[in-house]
Design a protein. Structure first.
Length: 252
């Protein structure tokens, strides 16, 4: 689902050749070399360096995603950005995410200044960072593919993310509706881990745990967090096979 960019062109592989433009937490524009910004700036606390305009005729407008990871709202600019924010929000290795917090500028091969603001930024639990662009299902352009080595030079990653399969996206969209802590029920989850120690249909385990109206929201929350797992490449339904633990679909 995530595609790693190819090796960077030698002419742009040095992060010192990149300038970073961002807005500090007070909304004031700042500029510094990218190598320095990557080390000292908490980009996850910065606002979008470019606005997300409303475009007439588009099916999806900018909006806000409540992050279960941080408990804060993330402003996104399009449907594809929202989907990737959702995936990052479910990834247990991610501590924070935001959309378009930095614009990188450098001189191209002909001496002209080139600027690019990656769609998303994420902070990992080990302190490392990720810049991510959302792409369709076509080929990655050479301009985007040249970022990986520059990010690696400062201990970051760069990725171009293709959309997940429609069934996976639909399933995660459903489970994300139960991501809020209000659906967490520790007692039910502890019993569910025992009830689903061996793979079994969702509804059978839910009935064994009590009133399904009360139990199912807690099970959906557990499927979101990875306390339980189910195959997300097939539609979720009452007899989907569920087992305890994160499984291979913990981070789609």
């Amino acid at each position: 689902m995530w595609q790693q960019g190819s090796s960077a062109h030698p002419a742009v592989a040095d992060p010192c050749n990149y300038s970073a433009r961002f807005l500090d937490p007070y909304g004031k524009e700042q500029r510094m070399p990218w190598g320095e910004a990557a080390r000292v700036v908490r980009l996850e606390d910065c606002g979008a360096v470019r606005p997300f305009p409303l475009r007439s005729g588009r099916r999806f407008a900018p909006g806000w995603w409540w992050s279960a990871t941080t408990g804060r709202l993330v402003h996104y600019g399009s449907g594809v950005m929202r989907t990737q924010v959702m995936l990052l929000d479910r990834d247990p290795s991610v501590m924070a995410m935001t959309c378009r917090p930095v614009e990188l500028s450098w001189r191209g091969s002909e001496g002209t200044v080139v600027s690019h603001a990656p769609h998303l930024m994420a902070r990992f639990s080990d302190g490392g960072g990720l810049l991510l662009d959302c792409a369709g299902r076509g080929e990655i352009s050479p301009r985007l593919a040249h970022r990986a080595a520059v990010m690696a030079a400062v201990g970051w990653q760069y990725r171009v993310a293709s959309p997940p399969e429609p069934v996976v996206a639909a399933n995660l969209g459903w489970l994300s509706g139960y991501r809020h802590p209000r659906y967490r029920d520790t007692a039910i989850v502890e019993e569910a881990i025992r009830a689903f120690a061996r793979p079994r249909p969702l509804i059978e385990g839910a009935r064994d745990l009590g009133d399904t109206i009360r139990v199912l929201p807690a099970l959906f929350h557990a499927l979101w967090t990875g306390a339980l797992s189910a195959p997300l490449n097939e539609p979720l339904h009452e007899r989907v096979t569920v087992t305890a633990g994160p499984g291979e679909w913990a981070s789609a």
